[in-house]
Design a protein around this ligand. Structure first.
Ligand SMILES: Nc1nc2c(ncn2[C@@H]2O[C@H](COP(=O)(O)OP(=O)(O)OP(=O)(O)O)[C@@H](O)[C@H]2O)c(=O)[nH]1
Length: 523
């Protein structure tokens, strides 16, 4: 069960979640901002395209009105009313360089050219057969702008702006200024619009007069279906559709007020989306880089934290076993704080254990420790068939020390007894204070005569005078000895057996040793 959630609950997985929790919303916000930016740019581009279309349309109108004014002035020439066409030809040649036109042409009401500045005066000229233009001129309407016509002299596509000339109410001539279609294309190029914008000049009938791209292919052709539909609804506006060649565009258009010609601008959808796609690519790269860097940093941080936390496991287990701890620096503030707390807890635990098992005055093991030690020693002896003895020691004449020299002197004597006992024993033997003036000793692997000899030695040692404040104290000791084997055979507690032997020693006159084996023999 724990393993199942191991990944979810580890520090590294939490850090990975943190990285994801920061990066995912940030990425979503960035994408939202990008799309907002894309739509704002698109709107700005659309509005600027509409304004540009309107500007070009007014430029076309300006040209037409300039040409119209020139034609109007020439039409009043007396040379025309006097039918002096040669003089008029000269006047036309003079006007030509100052106008944005290719040539001037005069024709009779039937369309027969009478003069054309492209040809020397008097040369025989072809007839104009554009009835759509001749008819309104015959009615006296003017100016009339032709559709795209193939020049009778130049053989090139061109547009003619014509005015009828009357004499005494009779239509005698039509004067035309001719502009090649190429001139409108130049007007478009002069605007220096972005190279991928597809710009077209359409006449009032929706036919292509000039185009920024692929002009030769689409000249004279009707506008694309999408543009035709848009033009039928509005004089100015925008729409999303396709160009004649099928390119998806955001298109803007505007109709000129004088000529009713249209300017249409198509911005390829791909070129609008390209900057956004590029930004999106950069964003994706940045997010991936950030993600990679964050994952690496999270991994490094996670590893250092988990190492620090794992560094606390062994000390915590050692603390459970009551061992004193030394924890090296973990290089993580919180883990180091826990390490300090564990170290302090281990010291407190060790102190408490010491206090629970040692006598505060003599610092010898106390009765509780002694009982545990004897029990372990008994188990060991049983298993390995070894032996040990216990000496139960009660001081003789200790009460008078207290009474004569005071309790502090009594304490000092008890401490000195402890030191003398320790000094007289082997390292493996254990001396304890059982309470009051009672002490006990475990002699490991020692029985019989050896134990008795040591007991005699202890009585001599403990009976030596004690230097205390203000004098000397003298005491002695009564010792009862019990062997492990004797206790087992008799089926009694070894400590009780030694205690009983000690009481017999007291009863026998103090300052002596009684062995439990002797008691058995006596019994
Ligand atoms: N100074 C001091 N005295 C203690 C302490 N514990 C017990 N005693 C005293 O030790 C004495 C022990 O009593 P007894 O064993 O009857 O005194 P004793 O004079 O040795 O008597 P016998 O064993 O019959 O020789 C009592 O007076 C207790 O008050 C202690 O920690 N410090």
């Amino acid at each position: 069960m724990l393993n199942r959630f191991r990944f979810l609950s580890s520090i590294r997985s939490r850090l990975a979640l943190l990285v994801a929790a920061c990066l995912i919303p940030a990425s979503l916000i960035a994408v939202a901002l990008l799309s907002y930016d894309y739509y704002r740019n698109r709107e700005a581009l659309r509005d600027s395209a509409v304004i540009t279309a309107r500007t070009i349309a007014s430029l076309v109108d300006q040209q037409f009105s300039g040409i119209n004014a020139t034609l109007g002035a020439l039409a009043t020439s007396p040379a025309l009313s006097s039918r002096n066409l040669k003089t008029f030809y000269g006047q036309a040649l003079q006007v030509l360089p100052s106008q944005p036109i290719q040539n001037l042409m005069l024709m009779d009401p039937e369309g027969q050219q009478l003069l054309n500045t492209l040809r020397p005066f008097g040369e025989r000229l072809p007839r104009v057969a554009d009835s759509a233009m001749l008819r309104p001129l015959a009615r006296g309407d003017g100016p009339v702008i032709s559709g795209l016509i193939l020049g009778a002299v130049t053989g090139k596509p061109q547009v003619a702006i014509c005015v009828p000339i009357h004499d005494k109410g009779k239509h005698i001539y039509s004067l035309c200024a001719v502009q090649p279609a190429e001139q409108f294309a130049q007007l478009l190029h002069q605007q220096q619009l972005p190279a991928d914008w597809i710009v077209a000049v359409l006449n009032s009938g929706g036919r292509m007069i000039a185009r920024s791209h692929d002009m030769a292919r689409y000249l004279g052709m009707p506008a694309s279906r999408d543009l035709q539909e848009a033009l039928s609804f509005d004089n100015e506006g925008w729409f999303e559709g396709k160009t004649s060649e099928g390119i998806p565009v955001l298109a803007a258009f505007s109709r000129s007020t004088l000529s009713n010609w249209y300017i249409a601008i198509g911005i390829p959808a791909a070129s609008i989306a390209a900057p956004a796609a590029q930004k999106l690519g950069w964003l994706a790269c940045t997010i991936l880089l950030l993600l990679g860097a964050s994952v690496v940093v999270a991994h490094v941080i996670g590893r250092s934290i988990s190492q620090a936390v794992h560094g606390l496991v062994a000390p915590a287990l050692a603390l459970g076993h009551g061992r004193e701890l030394t924890i090296p620096r973990l290089n993580l503030l919180e883990a180091d704080e826990v390490a300090v707390a564990l170290t302090q807890a281990s010291s407190m635990l060790a102190r408490a254990q010491y206090q629970a098992t040692h006598d505060a005055l003599t610092e010898l093991p106390n009765r509780s420790f002694f009982n545990d030690f004897v029990a372990k020693q008994a188990a060991h002896a049983k298993r390995y068939r070894s032996d040990f003895s216990i000496l139960y020691i009660d001081l003789d004449g200790f009460k008078p020390v207290n009474d004569i020299h005071g309790h502090a002197a009594g304490d000092a004597v008890l401490c000195a007894v402890g030191r003398r006992l320790r000094a007289s024993l082997r390292e493996s033997d254990v001396a304890a204070r059982l309470g009051g003036d009672e002490f006990a000793v475990v002699l490991v692997n020692t029985t019989g005569e050896a134990a008795r000899k040591l007991a005699d030695k202890l009585i001599a040692v403990l009976s030596a005078p004690y230097d205390i404040e203000g004098g000397t104290a003298r005491i002695s000791a009564s010792i009862g000895i019990a062997g492990c084997e004797d206790a087992n055979q008799m089926g009694v507690n070894i400590l009780q057996l030694a205690d009983t032997a000690m009481y017999l020693a007291k009863a026998a006159g103090k300052g002596r040793v009684i062995c439990s084996s002797g008691m058995k023999a006596a019994g």
